[in-house]
Every structure is written in structure tokens, then in C-alpha cells.
Design a binder for this molecule. Sequence first.
Ligand SMILES: [Zn+2]
Length: 276
Amino acid sequence: MGASMLRPFIMALAVFGLTACTAHSPTGRGQMLMYSPDDMRQMGAQSFAQIKQQETVSTNRQINTYVRCIADALTQPQHLAAIDPQQVEAWEVVVFESEQVNAFALPGGHIGVYTGLLEVAQTPDQLAAVMGHEIGHVLADHGNEQVSRGQMTNAGLQIAQIALGASGTANSDMIMAGLGLGAQVGILLPFGREQESESDVIGLELMARAGFDPAAAVTLWQNMAKASGSAPPELLSTHPSSQSRIADLQSRQGAAGQLYNQAKASGQRPNCRVPG
Ligand SMILES: [Zn+2]
């Protein structure tokens, strides 16, 4: 790259340096966030609307009540506030009629659960483990982090294209991928390992505070690993159920168990009925 081509690149970096905001995740990890909470809410709402158009929304009342019950228990304001002070107040929960073993949560408070997941997450506690993990991605601003990274990469590409005399624009696929929706739209760009383990930590805490048994998180990932024989669950393509993930969840059972016992003692006993 010659000096004349390098200049716009340096200018772009300077601009991003000014607009990027260095924040900290709930576990204290430094993050570079380039979008405002409003931007993220808008991206989350748009992506969720798009997915609702693409997928079949389940009208099964029992299943919807069940998934809603778990979401309500997990998203009680006091639990969310214990992890992230800037919380979402109203969470939208939609069940998709699909064999996909999958779930996700989006900025702005949108939770999607595929009916196929209920085959693997067989108890309320196990389903709470998956949903708590997905909510963890939202509480820790992972979508913002990913889209910001994507934007940096894309800015680099755009500058290269400008230098070459072509034009490049950000597209919705990039936003979807940034929000961890790679599997849904057929492009795989999962969250990073750091973000995954951070969401595991947050999810474990959230489920324990809500009165779900954190030991179920270990069982869930063991089930997931077993289910990965002939047809690997979609969730596994973005969430490797490695031995280290399971061991990590196991090593955190002591602290989570304490929170769980406190939650039960203070009356947090969600009663979500598994659909028959
Ligand atoms: Zn995840």
C-alpha cells in the first residue's frame, strides 16, 4: 500500500477512534462499542422482524406459555439489574415451529426459541440454562461488540474498495452476523470464545438468581454433546459443547449453587410446566 492509499485508512481509524466507546462488560472485560443503545435496539428489532417473517411462529398455547414462563422468571428486573444496570424492561418472546435445536436473544429484548430445542433441553432448568446464556449475550452487549468489529473490518474493506474505485456498503447480512444470527441466515459468524464463556458465566448467575438449578447447565451441554451424533444441533455450530465448556460450568457450580439456595430461600421457585 502506497502512502497516498494509506492516508484515508489512517483517517478512518482516527474517526473510529473518536466515535468508539471503550466500555466494560458485566464481568469486567474491556469492550470497544461503536453503537449507541438506541442503534442496537433498532438493529435487534429489525433483525427479529426479519426472522419472524422467515420462520413459522408457533401458536401452540402450551409451549408458548411454558417458554414465556421461563423468560419471565429469568428477566425479572432485580435479576437483570444485579448483572447489568442498563436493562431492558419488556422482553418479547417468540417460539418458532422448527426442528432446529436453537435459541437466541437480541438487543432490545427479543428472545427466539425453536421448538426443536425442547427435545434437547428437556426440563425447565435446562431450558433456562440455554435462555439465560442467550440473554447473557444481550446483557453483555456482545451484539454491539460484534457489529463494531464487523464495521471496522468493513471500513477496511470499503476503504480498499474506494482506493480501487469500487463502492462497498454494509448489508443486513453483516448486521445479522454481528448479532450472532449467522446460523439463521446461513452465514456462520459465531460469537468468539471469550463472549461464549462470558455468557455462560452470566447465564449461570441469572438462572440461579431466578431459582433454576444451575447444575442443569452441565446436564444441558452434556445432552447437547450427545445429540450431536448424526445431525448436530444448530446451536452447536455456534456453541461448541467442548469438554472445557462443561468443565468450566462445573467449576462454577459452588458459587452458582449458593445464589440458587438464596433465591429459593427468598421465594424464587418458578413453576413452569413442561408441555405434555
Ligand atoms: Zn452463545
